[in-house]
Design a protein around this ligand. Structure first.
Ligand SMILES: [Zn+2]
Length: 164
């Protein structure tokens, strides 16, 4: 199952691919004590949906129906696969240090995302999805923009398969 988390604040985008192996390793250990888990969960719950796959996914641990990995969420600075909210809440998913730092810096308060920002993020999410899922599909943008808008971006891909 492919899922990811990407820091979209710079032109060089750290992109973390999160494997099942990594989730399994996280599930059997304690969550860091310096993270306010209820504040983190409230933050994740307030994230903005940018791509919605109507199909649900299945949790790899308990087979519960959860948000699909192909549904994408954003806080304006990061984009992540929607199923990570469930793994964070119930299975000790360890977010990369940089993500936790960025949330803590903001005191767990999500920033407001304007319609325009949301469109730009959706555009980028689309590009990242194609990179991650290796899918080819055509996107039509109503305002005449095309996908070369973000062509100058580069990605630094890290596979999260061992504990961080
Ligand atoms: Zn579960």
């Amino acid at each position: 199952m492919k899922r990811f988390l990407a820091d979209i604040q710079t032109h060089e985008i750290p992109l973390y691919q999160i494997t099942d192996t990594y989730l399994q390793a996280c599930a059997v250990r304690e969550t860091r004590r310096d993270i306010d888990l209820s504040a983190l969960q409230a933050y994740l719950d307030k994230a903005c949906y940018i791509e919605i796959l109507l199909d649900l996914g299945k949790c790899i641990f308990d087979n519960q129906s959860i948000t699909s990995n192909e549904t994408l969420l954003t806080d304006g600075n990061w984009i992540w696969s929607g199923d990570l909210n469930h793994y964070s809440l119930l299975h000790h998913f360890a977010w990369p240090e940089a993500f936790i730092t960025s949330v803590q810096k903001r005191s767990y308060k999500p920033k407001r995302i304007t319609g325009r920002q949301k469109n730009e993020i959706a555009h980028l999410a689309n590009e990242i999805s194609r990179k991650v899922y290796g899918e080819q599909f055509t996107t039509v943008y109503p305002n005449g923009k095309d996908e070369t808008v973000y062509a100058e971006r580069t990605y630094v891909v890290t596979a999260l398969d061992t504990l961080i």
